[in-house]
Design a protein around this ligand. Structure first.
Ligand SMILES: [Fe+2]
Length: 228
């Protein structure tokens, strides 16, 4: 993706998120320069926990069809997970645009609640895992949705209206997209490592490669290792 496109998506997404009354934390609006000085000073935790802007086309170069906007608001410590106590949780705010697919994947460690916070209908395609972790093409999938179990056939679609959510435990394969309109999505999950805990059905990447055709308005999480 070009940096111009990334910058445009940041501005559009910020407007969309604010239109629902959700406002992101102060570090969302730091310039790259401020991010650099602050993460070297009193805000190292932002870089460590990989908080911030995250825009991906999964390396395929067609964001409108295959992509996701994310902002990691909080994220715990992997070490706490091993200790079984401490900051074991994470929160993201995301946008799936109408008919924009987040491709089929599962997690090994992370359990996640995916919440429709407003906009269109959020549709999820679901499969169970076979013992070897591959997609189970046959068994029906049972998922908790706001305290109520719902069952879909293998590869069936679960539709979440604004306000509804689903709990996806590790091993549940899922792809999702907005239907009818763009959707604001909340994610509440186990502490999260996006570098290692996303297993995709198709061989694609989790992050975009970026062509630098203008200066970044804000750094993406995937910029931290090279820019900070
Ligand atoms: Fe996921």
């Amino acid at each position: 993706m070009n940096r111009t496109e990334i910058n445009d998506i940041i501005r559009e997404s910020d407007r969309f998120i604010r239109s629902f009354g959700y406002v992101m934390p102060p570090f969302a609006y730091w310039s790259p320069e401020e991010m650099k000085t602050r993460t070297a000073d009193d805000a190292g935790a932002i870089r460590e926990a990989r908080l911030g802007w995250d825009i991906t086309d999964y390396g395929e170069g067609r964001f409108r069809d295959l992509g996701l906007f994310l902002f990691t608001v909080r994220n715990g410590r992997q070490a706490d997970l091993k200790n079984g106590m401490g900051m074991l949780y994470a929160e993201k705010i995301m946008i799936s645009r109408q008919n924009q697919i987040s491709p089929m994947h599962r997690h090994v460690v992370k359990a996640e609640d995916i919440i429709n916070r407003g906009g269109g209908t959020l549709v999820l395609e679901l499969f169970n895992s076979n013992k070897d972790g591959s997609v189970d093409e046959t068994s029906s999938v049972s998922v908790p949705t706001d305290g109520v179990m719902r069952v879909v056939e293998a590869g069936g679609h679960l539709a979440l209206a604004p306000g509804e959510s689903v709990t996806l435990l590790p091993g549940v394969w899922h792809a999702f997209w907005g239907e009818g309109a763009d959707v604001l999505i909340g994610e509440v999950s186990t502490v999260n490592d996006d570098l290692t805990d996303n297993i995709f059905r198709e061989p694609i990447g989790r992050f975009s490669t970026i062509a630098e055709d203008e200066d970044p308005v804000h750094l993406l999480v995937s910029d931290y290792d090279t820019w900070l």
